[in-house]
Design a protein around this ligand. Structure first.
Ligand code: NA7
Length: 552
């Protein structure tokens, strides 16, 4: 292992030879390319888009913005990148985040390691040589010791199969595949399906541009105001001053959603809670709400007060009582579907050109050439926007035909739901790593720092393997089962499974209902302990010498 020129792959008749293939050039993939090259490995990146950025390349719909504050939604590992990049807003918009990814790729000189406009179609583990054979949609064939899937948790769009959708003759968009060129809605009648984070961000912007906007809502969502604003020098100084403690809090795994105190904390009096929520509503952002009280995502009584509070705010904001009622989430807990963070979302329904359609009362029956027909009404439309989300967490992993030992497919291995050890590795699939995979914190908290942690873990692991001349690593079946059980038990002690969310995969027909993210505290500590304990639960195989690789 280890080519003579770090980071460079070599090509021969059999295809491209390298140590590591990294699939995806979002924040996880870019950092993986950098780290693998840094530890002296020959690495090659494959990216479907023509540019870096991952989900931030594709999700360029109006209003697209990150709901994690920009100062934190950045690489934490590099003081240089931190010094040289200055975020302009409390919450960064899509364009600024994409520019940050481009800046990082250029500053770290990563582009020459990446093959763009190329999709990985399959990856097959060849047992005799202990190598992955990676094939692309352009006919490339790469042979690599390791494959790092950095394909992202929110990258495969979900377009529901509504009868007649193919007949729609007007403009049709998906928020997660928005065109490069600006879309002009002026003077048009626009329909939008979906009121998750993407819909909640896009609706106020489209409403301002369009002649008429019809919002087709199936489930009302909890949303809190962003109160986005330009960052001041003081904000930047404050962040720098607190940086050390922020970085050490990451080390202590401060990104689980449910703290250990959650199960023993008292139920605070209603007025104490209400006052706290008022303050948080004024401050804006989701982080404060989700941590307002240790048991807010665990104890139904605490949670219900917060749900009442948000419903009260909706009633105060939306003038028409029936619309306010339709927008008010009920029947599932607050914060356990991804909490939306908005700018003027509820207020948008006071505009005369915006109409809310409650699909619970009048489901969509069909789409025609120029309209959406519900069970009760007919809506003529010039444009239709799908804000219908993603086949989250597992979608992009299963979109690649991955075959491990004895030709077993990942699709079969996960037919009853994803199974991983630490959300990073899969039994029977040696030397395959899943950045922010199911069973890790993945999409909970700050995805950039979650990605960084996985990449650092892999870099340490591959260094260990090189030092000890080990050819393969894979988890033990038993360790994987125990981890899966632990992930489920942690989730089951909370209110998370009580909502039909994409965290559970229920937004995709036929997808097994399994809670995918790990929401316990101490994930990093656990991973470190496993390493310190001689990679407990993992099996290492063979020697690279036996595979004829000595001296390569
Ligand atoms: P989400 O959060 O999955 O939201 C998708 C929305 O689309 C949601 O309101 C769904 O209603 C709705 N939907 C999905 N299928 C249908 C059909 N068939 N008919 C009507 N409505 C439908 O995706 P987003 O893109 O908004 O956000 C994903 C994440 O990206 C977000 O959480 C952030 O982390 C960033 P439902 O709730 O299923 O009834």
């Amino acid at each position: 292992m280890g080519a003579s020129v770090p980071g460079r792959a070599s090509t021969n008749e059999a295809g491209i030879e390298c140590d590591v293939v990294v699939v995806g050039a979002g924040f996880g993939g870019l950092y993986a390319l950098h780290r693998m090259r840094e530890i002296g490995l020959a690495v090659r990146g494959i990216e479907a888009a023509p540019d870096v950025g991952g989900t931030w390349y594709w999700n360029r719909y109006p209003g697209a913005r990150c709901d994690v504050p920009s100062l934190f939604y950045s690489y934490s590992w590099s003081p240089e990148l931190r010094r040289e990049w200055r975020w302009t807003n409390r919450y960064a918009g899509q364009e600024e985040i994409l520019n940050y990814a481009r800046f990082a790729a250029d500053r770290l000189d990563l582009r020459r390691l990446i093959q763009f406009d190329t999709r990985v179609a399959g990856a097959t583990f060849d047992e005799p040589t202990a190598r992955w054979v990676v094939e692309t949609d352009r006919g490339d064939r790469l042979r690599a010791r390791f494959v790092i899937m950095a394909t992202g948790g929110l990258s495969v769009p979900n377009t529901p199969d509504i009868p007649g959708v193919a007949d729609f003759a007007g403009e049709i968009y998906h928020t997660a595949r928005w065109p490069q060129e600006p879309v002009d809605f002026e003077g048009k009648r626009v329909g939008i399906i979906g009121t998750g984070s993407s819909g909640v961000q896009a609706i106020p912007m489209i409403a301002k541009a369009a002649r008429q906007l019809v919002v087709f809502q199936r489930t009302p969502n909890f949303s809190v105001p962003a109160h986005n604003r330009p960052l001041t020098d003081e904000d930047h100084r404050g962040f720098d001053d607190g940086l050390d403690s922020y970085l050490s809090s990451l080390e202590q795994s401060d990104f689980g959603r449910v703290p250990p105190t959650a199960f023993t904390a008292e139920v605070p009096p209603r007025d104490v809670q209400w006052a706290r929520y008022e303050q948080l509503w004024r401050e804006g952002g989701s982080g404060g709400f989700l941590k307002a009280f240790p048991n807010i995502l665990v104890h139904p009584d605490v949670n219900e007060v917060c749900a009442d509070f948000v419903r009260q705010k909706i009633r105060e904001t939306v003038k028409d009582p029936k619309t306010a009622e339709t927008l008010s989430p009920s029947g599932y807990p607050f914060g356990v579907k991804r909490l939306c963070v908005d700018t003027d979302y509820f207020d948008t329904y006071n505009r005369p050109n915006v109409e809310l359609v409650n699909l619970r009362e009048e489901p969509i029956e069909k789409i025609t050439a120029n309209a959406v027909d519900t069970a009760a009404r007919h809506f003529d439309l010039d444009a239709l926007v799908f804000a219908t989300g993603f086949d989250a967490v597992t979608g992009a992993l299963l979109a690649v035909d991955i075959r491990g030992r004895e030709g077993a497919t990942l699709k079969d291995a996960w037919s009853e739901g994803p199974r991983t050890y630490l959300g990073l590795t899969v039994a029977g699939f040696p030397n395959l790593f899943t950045i922010t995979g199911p069973g890790s914190p993945s999409v909970i908290g700050n995805v950039i720092t979650n990605c960084e942690y996985h990449v650092d873990w892999i870099a340490e692991c591959l260094t260990h393997m090189r030092r000890h001349d080990l050819a393969t690593i894979e988890p033990d079946g038993e360790a994987q089962i125990a981890w899966g059980r632990h992930v489920a038990e942690v989730a089951d002690r909370t209110l998370f499974p009580k909502a039909n969310s994409w965290y559970l995969g229920v937004n995709i027909p036929g997808k097994p209902r399994v809670f995918m993210p790990y929401i316990g505290e101490g994930y990093r500590t656990t991973c470190k302990e496993i390493v310190a304990d001689g990679y407990r639960g993992f099996r290492f195989g063979g020697s690279t010498r036996a595979l004829g690789e000595a001296g390569k």
